[in-house]
Design a protein around this ligand. Structure first.
Ligand code: IMP
Ligand code: MG
Length: 183
């Protein structure tokens, strides 16, 4: 399908930023790096719903060491591209975090407000370490001081969709990352 045919199919103008092959290759590298860095650490991967799901499914299948996983629900963007001021969090499904090596798995880190709220929440349970792995990063958009140890690609200051990332809850199922073109 050409890019303009895809646009017609999804009803939103976008520019293809990262095709599936590029994402797969990079996620493979991230999996290898995490497997090296966390050998013997039995890390707990905490996915941030819902944006993490496609990335996390790929990532865990490229990690070759024992891991455990859990999920946390966070929402900030409730109205298309307009951010809400507060972050609402739902707690983990039940994994104890004390002394654990935590890897927070995100689809995209933008201002950093969401991930900072998550880190502060998880820290209460005294894990040994907390690091961030994100498919996409927008370091130029930060409003708080959080940095991702592992990142797939930079997304500039674009609003991106696909591979788990939504606009108004849509487009998460696109098998690539596209930059939304606002008309
Ligand atoms: P932050 O709190 O500004 O870092 O925003 C992080 C959250 O906002 C992510 O978990 C996403 O749900 C959402 N978000 C930020 N930028 C984008 C984007 O470009 N596309 C889709 N969702 C985004
Ligand atoms: Mg969203």
């Amino acid at each position: 399908m050409s890019s303009s045919e895809k646009e017609m199919a999804i009803g939103q103008k976008f520019e293809l930023l990262y095709p599936q092959e590029k994402l797969s290759a990079r996620i493979q590298e991230l999996g290898r790096q995490i497997s090296d860095d966390y050998a013997d650490k039995n890390p707990l991967l905490v996915g941030v719903l819902k944006g993490c799901v496609v990335f996390m499914a790929d990532l865990i299948r490229n990690i070759t060491i024992p891991i455990e996983m859990d999920f946390i629900s966070a929402s900030r963007y409730t109205n298309g591209q307009i951010p809400e001021k507060t972050v609402s969090l739902e707690t983990l499904q039940g994994c104890a975090l004390q002394g654990r090596h935590i890897l927070i798995v995100e689809g995209v880190v933008d201002s950093g407000v969401t991930i900072e709220a998550i880190i502060n929440d998880l820290k209460k349970q005294e894990p040994a370490t907390i690091e961030i792995v994100t498919l996409l990063d927008k370091p130029g958009c930060r409003r708080v001081g959080v940095a991702a140890k592992y990142k797939g690609f930079d997304a500039g200051d674009n609003f991106v969709i696909g591979y788990g990332l939504d606009m108004d809850q849509k487009y998460r199922n696109l098998p690539f990352i596209g930059r939304v073109i606002n008309e």
